[in-house]
Each structure stands twice: as C-alpha cells, then as structure tokens.
Ligand binder design. Structure first.
Ligand code: FE
Length: 167
C-alpha cells in the first residue's frame, strides 16, 4: 500500500513537471513570434525608406501601384517562391502563378492565409479588396474573384512588393 502511494505520488510529480515544461516552451515560442512580428511592424517610415528602393517604398509603404507590364515578375516563369520584399515572408508559389494578361504578376492562391491579410479598399471610386503582408503590413496588391480554378481568385500583385526565391 505504502509503495503504491509513493508510486502514485511520483507519477503525479513527473506529470506536473512534464506539462510545466510544455507550457513554458509554448509560451516562449509564442513570445518569440510576438516580438518578431512587433519588431517588424515597428520599423519607422525612415527605416523602411533606407531598406527599400524608391519604387518599393512607394508601392509597399504608400500603397502605390506599378505601371502594368513594367515590373520584373509579370512575365516571370521560373519555379520557386515569391516572398515579401520588405520582410521575406513567403507569400505565393510559382505553381499558382498564371498569365492574367493584366501586366501584373497574378496568382490564384496564397501559400498560407496566415501570411496574407485582406483590407476593404474604397479608393478610386471602387470597392476592392486590398491584400497586404500580415507580418509587416506591406501593400501587395488586390484580390479579385475572376481567377481560374480551383479557387476562382486572382491575386493581382505588384512586382515591387515581391522578391523571388528560385527552387
Ligand atoms: Fe512583409
């Protein structure tokens, strides 16, 4: 009986230690993500200006648009991943890129919805859905519902908002 009691106590203590360490790890990783996101978002306009080219700054930080058929990726066909030009977050895979005929890089899907945010845009007398990098709030472009299957979406993105990582 005594041994059973000691064994039981040992089980409870080791269980507590185990769950405690998991909690600590989870909380730590959550904090790291939080601080990383916050640090990225806290870059001032001056810091972005130093990091980016004039065109990249105008488009990503001031919601500009590059002229059609002038960006470096509208007709780019290599295999790889398009990342945010400001913070390197993975946004679009070349597998989902298609020729929309618009003169802007177009994709029918994102790599991960967690990385791409949507904002209602009522400028220029239209109601459109702006897409942004969720990690650093960079303006990417707009999403429309006239894209090809399987999603029916067309992410119309500025080349200047993207960098390409060949795979
Ligand atoms: Fe970003």
């Amino acid at each position: 009986m005594k041994y059973l009691l000691v064994f039981g106590l040992l089980c409870i203590v080791s269980l507590m230690a185990c769950s405690n360490s998991i909690n600590k790890e989870t909380v730590l990783s959550m904090n790291n993500d939080y601080f990383e996101d916050t640090l990225k978002k806290r870059k001032s306009m001056e810091e972005w200006k130093k990091q980016l080219t004039e065109e990249e700054f105008r488009i990503t930080r001031q919601k500009g648009t590059e002229r059609a058929f002038t960006g470096k990726y509208w007709n780019h066909k290599d295999n790889g991943v398009y990342v945010c030009t400001c913070c390197g977050t993975e946004l679009f895979n070349s597998k989902t890129k298609f020729d929309s005929g618009t003169g802007w890089p177009s994709f029918y899907d994102v790599i991960d919805k967690k990385n791409v945010g949507e904002i209602v845009d009522k400028t220029l007398g239209m109601i459109r859905t702006e897409v942004v990098c969720k990690k650093c709030d960079a303006h990417l472009g707009h999403v429309f519902d006239d894209g090809p299957k399987p999603t029916g979406l067309r992410y119309c993105v500025n080349s200047a908002s993207l960098k390409f990582n060949k795979k």
